[in-house]
Design a protein around this ligand. Structure first.
Ligand SMILES: C[S@@+](CC[C@H](N)C(=O)[O-])C[C@H]1O[C@@H](n2cnc3c(N)ncnc32)[C@H](O)[C@@H]1O
Length: 265
């Protein structure tokens, strides 16, 4: 029977589950969220924080930018329209096929590579900026390894900005209503959230790490933390996305956005 459990899952099993799961889920994901994301829009999180307003990446024109876990690469398409030189990486062929459809629809083509974020197929110091909007970070088993890979492909002092589910959310059931407001799980439980299909095969995996785990992974890879943003739920914003809702957004952070720099030299 299909369901979800908390359990440990290694790198190989995680990668296999994510590829399979995101390939199967891609069409539904784009149907559900595509309009909110915009074909060439850059939204950081379900709270709707837009890069056009937030400017977390700073000036992008002429910069070489890597999107890690790009999905249909809506964010990269927005950056390409701002004269950045972008490349999107994603594990899922189906997600990347959706990107091709958006290329055709918008006339803005994003170069894509199908690869695992833990093994980026780029030379050292290839990019000025790297970012991920709810992309690969929570989906990989080995966050320190991912951070080291991103550091490797960034030039010295290059910027790395990523959004993900706020670690505090892991204490609560993923429910947009009342039940999602009662903490039931230990914050320090590092076991992954794993959804399985009828055969018992994992098809969706999110790895939990605490804020401290993230800071240590970044420091270990040679990053210096610049900021940790916790976007507030905008007044009058009614959109629900999974466990994100106005009711929960009023009292709990849903998203953490980390902005850091590779050390110079
Ligand atoms: C929630 S989507 C976010 C994509 C896009 N930013 C958006 O907002 O739609 C997460 C993406 O991460 C990709 N992903 C998961 N694990 C990955 C990995 N190990 N390497 C590269 N991409 C990965 C998935 O295939 C999926 O397209």
């Amino acid at each position: 029977m299909s369901g979800n459990v908390r359990r440990r899952l290694d790198r190989a099993a995680t990668r296999q589950a994510s590829r399979r799961g995101w390939d199967a889920y891609a069409a539904q994901y784009q149907a559900d969220h595509g309009a909110f994301l915009g074909d060439a829009g850059f939204v950081w999180c379900p709270e709707g924080l837009d890069e056009a307003d937030a400017r977390l990446l700073g000036p992008v024109a002429g910069r070489r930018v890597l999107e890690v876990g790009c999905g249909a690469a809506q964010c990269s398409r927005w950056l390409a329209a701002q004269a950045a030189t972008v490349v999107g990486v994603d594990l899922s062929a189906a997600q990347l096929r959706h990107s091709r459809l958006l290329d055709e629809r918008t006339g803005i083509t994003v170069p894509l590579v199908q690869a695992d974020a833990e093994e980026l197929p780029f030379a050292a110091r290839s990019f000025d900026l790297a970012f991920s909007a709810f992309g690969a970070v929570p989906f990989v088993a080995d966050a320190p390894r991912l951070m080291r890979e991103v550091a490797r492909v960034l030039r010295p002092s290059g910027l790395w900005v990523f959004s993900q589910t706020h670690p505090v959310r892991w204490c609560f059931p993923d429910d947009p209503g009342e039940d999602g407001l009662v903490a039931t799980l230990p914050y320090w439980d590092r076991r992954a959230y794993v959804e399985t299909e009828d055969s018992g095969e994992p098809v969706y995996v999110e790895h939990h790490r605490t804020l401290g785990d993230l800071v240590r992974a970044l420091r270990g890879a040679g990053f210096v933390l610049d900021d940790l943003l916790e976007p507030e739920w905008p007044e009058g914003f009614e959109r629900t996305w999974g466990g994100w809702s106005p009711q929960r957004g009023a009292v709990l952070p849903g998203t953490a956005i980390v902005r850091c720099r590779r050390t110079p030299g």
